[in-house]
Design a protein around this ligand. Structure first.
Ligand code: NAP
Length: 255
């Protein structure tokens, strides 16, 4: 009898957790959830998982071979471009079908005062004219880009605290995990007298409330644009990813 098919899900997002919950009921499928290990208590269920980098493209190729992975789902955050690039190279080398699950970016709507920035370096330049109290909502890893802005005050929201020797901008740190809601976000911006927000264009609902609150308060948002994705098949919702996995299993079983 043929062995079950094995899928590796590169995760670390709400989308990946939802996908894993849905595909865990497919009988012919074994799932491995892969996390980078950035978050101390990741919100994940009981699916088998591995934590930590693979060791670049060659490490990922070795892992995919050793574990006899049949399908690769890249459900990482849209800003996690290194692992997505590695996944593209490794899957093409081993001819393993790969799907990217990418949530759509937020779109500017009427009332939004967005200033689009290509990356953090551009965002830093834009901040020169936007006031002195900034809500920095970009996660933990790129805070150092703002550390030299000693004349500004930052409200910094992250999931886990950074190591003690990290370079961070001056201000107040909040450690909180989303989802966040409109009323609370508006109160937060008002309480700390925030004048502008810096955000990644992450997409999804969990962190969108701050964008809505900024719109209502007429506040500028420096919106950091996504890095380009590698070539390959992609879907924007979990249901389509489930359908793709089922289709691929059928094809593999019948071939
Ligand atoms: P990245 O810059 O694309 O990746 C850096 C390195 O981390 C990769 O080369 C890989 O190491 C390792 N890595 C990343 N994701 C991995 C995964 N799912 N499983 C195993 N190794 C992984 O990624 P990042 O931006 O640091 O993000 C790391 C994780 O946090 C991802 O899982 C992502 O989905 C999640 N996340 C990122 C953001 C963000 O804004 N960047 C936001 C929310 C969640 P090796 O080269 O050694 O294999």
């Amino acid at each position: 009898m043929a062995r079950d098919k094995r899928v590796l899900v590169l995760g670390g997002t709400g989308h990946s957790s939802k996908l894993i919950a849905l595909i865990s009921t497919i009988p012919e499928l074994e799932i491995i959830n892969s996390l980078a290990g950035r978050t101390r208590q990741p919100a994940i269920g009981s699916t088998p998982r591995r934590i930590g980098g693979f060791g670049g493209v060659s490490g990922l190729i070795n892992y995919l071979r050793e574990q006899e992975i049949d399908l690769l789902i890249d459900a990482t955050h849209p800003f996690a471009s290194q692992i997505s690039g590695n996944a593209a190279i490794a899957s093409s080398e081993l001819k393993i079908p790969r799907l990217m699950l990418v949530r759509p970016p937020w779109k500017k709507v009427e009332g939004d005062r967005w200033i689009e920035a290509e990356n953090n370096e551009v965002a830093v330049k834009v901040l020169a004219n936007l006031g002195s109290r900034i809500f920095l909502s970009i996660g933990r890893q790129e805070l150092a880009s703002y550390a030299h802005l000693k004349h500004l005050w930052f409200l910094i929201r992250i999931i886990d605290l950074f190591p003690p020797d990290s370079l961070v901008p001056p201000g107040k740190i909040l450690t909180e995990r989303g989802p966040f809601y409109f009323e609370e976000e508006r109160s937060l911006l008002q309480k700390y007298e925030i004048e502008a927000i810096v955000s990644k264009n992450s997409g999804g609902d969990a962190t969108y409330a701050k964008i809505v609150a900024a719109r209502e308060l007429g506040m500028p948002v420096v919106m950091i644009q996504r890095p380009p994705l590698p070539e390959g098949e992609q879907v924007s919702d979990v249901e389509s990813a489930v359908a793709w996995i089922k289709k691929m299993i059928k094809l593999m079983i019948n071939s």
